[in-house]
Design a protein around this ligand. Structure first.
Ligand code: TYC
Length: 129
């Protein structure tokens, strides 16, 4: 038996019965092909596409505002929010979390909206992991 790329098993033609009967399985059209499709039982494990949401440093956004953003939209406790904010402040960029595409997009929009409404230049971006 061979297996093609789609994982569909092919059952090779059954040997003719002794005596040389022409027909194969019932319903195979009588051409002797003897094909069948079996369903896959093995689970295909594909990891979902995930995206990192990142904060970028700038010179003007107040530290307290960034901490607030991390608590409000990324469910960080105060100590963790301060740690991430300081990481961004010192290294230029830092990760707020990892999400599926739609959730990451929503987080970015929420952060950018709040920053704009408060006239801070804070930038939040997403990148495929
Ligand atoms: N660098 C800013 C300051 O000194 C603080 C800051 C931290 C801004 C993180 C943005 O993503 C940021 N006020």
């Amino acid at each position: 038996m061979e297996t093609d790329l789609a994982g569909i098993a092919r059952i090779d033609p059954a040997p003719r019965a002794a005596g040389g009967a022409k027909e194969g399985r019932p319903g195979d059209g009588g051409n002797g092909a003897g094909t069948a499709v079996i369903t896959r039982t093995k689970t295909r494990t594909k990891r979902p596409n995930v995206y990192r949401v990142l904060l970028l440093n700038d010179d003007y956004t107040p530290m307290e505002f960034v901490v607030h953003v991390l608590e409000k939209f990324f469910a960080k406790n105060h100590d963790e929010a301060v740690r991430i904010m300081l990481h961004v402040h010192q290294h230029g960029v830092g990760e707020c979390g990892v999400f599926t595409y739609e959730v990451a997009e929503t987080k970015v929009t929420q952060v950018m909206d709040l920053a704009r409404r408060n006239q801070h230049p804070l930038q939040c971006v997403m990148e495929k992991k």
